[in-house]
Design a binder for this molecule. Structure first.
Ligand code: AMP
Length: 294
């Protein structure tokens, strides 16, 4: 197999840019009964990503991590150009994990000249991120389906951190009969509760302190639900108050929704998903928490 880098250590992953060769190796392994795990990422890896890699390594015989900053899921005024690209550091981190392959294609390998076919995302893509980032899930669904085709895996691992994204992928997989199992892994957080994100590195010290209000607003919602509060408006305003008092003013949404359909709920039953998207300085962060589940 052609690879852009050889194994640095016996147990470090092989970096692959040739998807056909990788696919051939994986198909052969599957025929031999091996279970293949896939962890799609955009790189700039952190402990959240590594938790997905570990979940895959634990459940599968072979693990493939993909690193690709997908241009089609960024809006024209978003951070595609400055999105952190840290391949060397990513590979060092993955070298300490048990992943087998890293697929890190070039953009023109994935989107060849004349590319014009996109996935029309499912209904769960409409609210929340769908409303704030038009076209985002069209790009996500398209790249994920392409990766599913390029890398014949049995199980794909995604983070709850991007909850709506997982629901979009689950719905797409069900609607289009894609033969892959989707596993959701819990959100990994900094010690103060901030959800890990590649975008956290954009935050200055003041913003970093403010950013923790996002997870605090979710914790406040959990506290209220535990105490028996069921009124969506009451929980919603309590969450907004936590954000406002931290100086977070530009809030894209605070939502209390059904975990499957992502439609608003009121009253708020156990199992409701609370989701927040807000700007801290110029950085847009998202987080979520399932309420009343302990
Ligand atoms: P990204 O590189 O941001 O596209 O994320 C790649 C995968 O890692 C997605 O499935 C994310 O949901 C997941 N992920 C990102 N941040 C976290 C986190 N803090 N905890 C768990 N998974 C995460």
């Amino acid at each position: 197999m052609t690879s852009s880098a050889s194994r640095g250590r016996p147990d470090s992953p092989r970096v692959v840019t040739d998807s056909a060769a990788l696919s051939q190796v994986l198909r052969k392994a599957r025929t031999g009964g091996k279970v293949i795990g896939l962890v799609p990422t955009m790189g700039a890896l952190h402990a959240g990503h590594l938790s997905l890699v570990r979940a895959s390594v634990a459940a599968c015989d072979l693990t493939v991590v993909t690193i690709f900053v997908n241009p089609t899921q960024f809006g024209p005024n978003e951070d595609f150009a400055r999105y952190p690209r840290t391949l060397e550091a990513d590979l060092r981190m993955l070298g300490r994990e048990q992943a087998d392959f890293v697929f890190a294609p070039a953009a023109d390998q994935i989107y060849q000249p004349g590319f014009s076919t996109y996935i029309e995302p499912p209904d769960v893509a409409q609210p929340l991120e769908g409303r704030c980032r038009p076209g985002h899930f069209r790009g996500v669904a398209t790249i994920v389906l392409k990766l599913f085709h390029l890398i014949p895996a049995d199980i794909a691992f995604f983070g709850q951190k991007d909850y709506q994204q997982v629901r979009v992928i689950q719905a797409m997989v069900a609607d289009l009969d894609v033969p892959i199992r989707v596993v959701i892994c819990p959100t990994v957080r900094e010690p103060d509760g901030l959800a890990m994100s590649s975008r956290n590195r954009y935050l200055n010290a003041t913003e970093r302190r403010q950013a923790v209000a996002i997870s605090r607003s979710l914790a406040r919602a959990e506290e209220l639900v535990r105490d028996g509060e069921r009124c969506a408006a009451t929980i919603h305003s309590a969450m907004c108050a936590v954000l406002t008092s931290a100086g977070i003013e530009r809030v894209d949404y605070v939502a209390l929704v059904d975990p499957l359909t992502l439609t608003d709920v009121d009253p708020v039953p156990d199992g409701t998903m609370a989701l927040v998207a807000a700007f801290v300085g110029g950085t847009r962060l998202i987080d979520n928490r399932q309420l009343g589940k302990g």
